[in-house]
Design a protein around this ligand. Structure first.
Ligand code: NI
Length: 168
């Protein structure tokens, strides 16, 4: 297991649409384990492959309650249905020093493959649903700062240029 380097905005890999994974092999299994370890260490609740410099369709997440881990590893995940609206303050390990509210769906159904090549369908609501929408956006080259208002984005861009964002 190893801790991976996390790429931050404006790294080009974060803007790229990822490739589907065709072979779930030992390299992918190792990468998923390393991503989970990297996410827990950060600490974060989700991490997508582009954030560690790999433009492939893999995300890890842990929406578990405090003190209880429930790691999720999803390969080629897709949102197949969604409903409702929800909004929480989001941050991102690749966008240090900034948080903002982002409009999301309240409930989603995600289809994905697991590490043992099984197709699964997960129904998620509220916090776990929002984490997964954020992580699946990464697979399309979309960051949460791409989904905020133009006004908020221009404030972000100004602070980024001036170097006055505050990573906590
Ligand atoms: Ni993120």
């Amino acid at each position: 297991m190893s801790i991976l380097h996390i790429d931050v905005y404006p790294a080009p890999v974060l803007k790229m649409k990822t490739e589907k994974i065709l072979n779930i092999d030992d390299n992918i299994r190792q990468l998923a384990e390393d991503m989970l370890e990297t996410m827990y260490k950060a600490p974060g609740v989700g991490l997508a492959a582009p954030q560690i410099g790999r433009s492939i369709s893999l995300v890890v997440a842990d929406p578990g309650e405090e003190g209880k881990t429930s790691p999720l590893i999803l390969i080629n995940p897709e949102i197949i249905t969604h409903e409702g609206e929800a909004c929480i303050t989001e941050g991102c390990l690749s966008v240090p020093g900034y948080t903002a509210e982002v409009p999301r769906h309240q409930k989603i159904v995600v289809k994905a493959y697991t590490l043992d090549e099984k197709e699964v369908k997960l129904t998620l609501e509220d916090f776990p649903a929002i984490i997964l929408q954020h992580e699946l956006d990464h697979l399309q080259g979309i960051l949460f700062i791409d989904r905020i208002s133009r006004l908020k984005r221009s404030i972000y861009d100004r602070k980024f240029k001036k170097g006055t964002l505050n990573p906590s």
